[in-house]
Design a protein around this ligand. Sequence first.
Ligand code: ZN
Length: 494
Amino acid sequence: MRTCQIYKLHHGIECQKEAGYSEPDGIELCVLHSRNKEKDRTVFEDEIKKKLNEQDFDFSGIYFHKSIDFRINFKGFVQFSRAEFASLANFRGATFEGDGEVYFDEVKFNGLVNFSNALFYNKVDFSFAEFHHDAKFNSVKFYNDVSFYYSKFLFSADYSKAEFLKKDATILFCNSQLNGSTLFKDTVFFGIPDFRESKISNVDFSGTEFLLGAQFTETEFLEGLHFFECFFCKNGGTVFFDRSKFVGIVKFYNTKFLGPTFFRNSEVEGEVRFENINPENQDFHVKFIDLKIYPDSILEMKNTSLINAQFEDTDVRKIKFHNVNWCSYHGRKAIYDEIYQAKKRLESVENFAKVEELYRYLKINYENNGDLKNAGDFHYGEMEIHRKSSPWRRYFSWYAVYWVLSGYGERPLRALFVLAGLILILPAIVWSLGTEGYLNTLLFFIEKATLQRPAWPQGITWGGKLWSTLSVIFIPGQAALFLLALRNRLGRRR
Ligand SMILES: [Zn+2]
């Protein structure tokens, strides 16, 4: 009797069955392993039934030439490694339990595959599996580790309402290709799904809950990605989009990010839109660090709080901001990078320069959009960081003078207070040097400041005369600074 030579086709798979089929390449195979589409269906099905009766769930390398029904309970070790399904593979409601792991690695599904409502109690491995037709995983429950490592979904895949229930499970989608249209609608990940280095397009994550965060590092988002009403980090954890590439249109709408979220060294080539992030005003801790935003690409943030958002080394001139909230720091509008640096004591010359640049670019961004009030706020920030970045400049420079007198021409109220102070204090100085009566001296100053020519108050000293003469410069000068600040704040700039 010639035995099946499946080991020649799939190294490592042994079969002692009688070889009844000669393959085109001269390999002799049994009825289960033969790749002949015309092989006898009844004999084939009898062989499968025999295996099932013997609780032998090793189907490695088998070629299922017709549709097949596996709506059964699998117990213990299950192996479909390198099997191929030419037509429908129906695992709807199947359960995988008992001791042992479940292998679907390198399986090729050419027809529809249906795992709807299946229960995987054991570890399951779909690595390198290929899905050339629709794949249904809706309402599947994975109670253990899952791997779709290097898998390819070329048609549609539906994970709606699927549950990945183990908290510390490995959930691998890394290096996978989701190229058809994939639904993760209302899917719940109790563990952290790992999509690292995968290429995904047309994936709908609407209503997906990533309870402990998610790993999208080096993921390529090709087109049509929707994160609508998603919930990240309900139970803690972190979300990573580091070094990921956004090539197509990616939308984050009404999504909650409750844990730290990282977009570091990511690239925006297409369109990425954030709208109504954390709609219930929870803190959005996000780092958009060193983002590369390509020309003609769009990065938009709308109706979102950026109170805890960092933008270090990102060209914020290229981001579209609509109705976003910035944090408040020392009574002014600020970018969180500045506060973060102050908190972490990272205030080096280099870091000051980075924050100064962020403010300058934000100012330019708002100016270009005609929003001069916000531009003014960020102009203040820019000047403030520039002043603080050198200890000398901080207190003894024209920046320091400009800051004190009118808040860099952005604080009319401060300029008004200084003006009032000058009007009240200068006469006091002159009076203390020797005149009769403070009120007389004050009146004299007001007359002098309004360019009238009042007589010297009685008893004025030489020093008093000097101060009075200088006041003709100081008071109208400060009044001009006040008017300039008022104009900057309320009116149009140059
Ligand atoms: Zn065989």
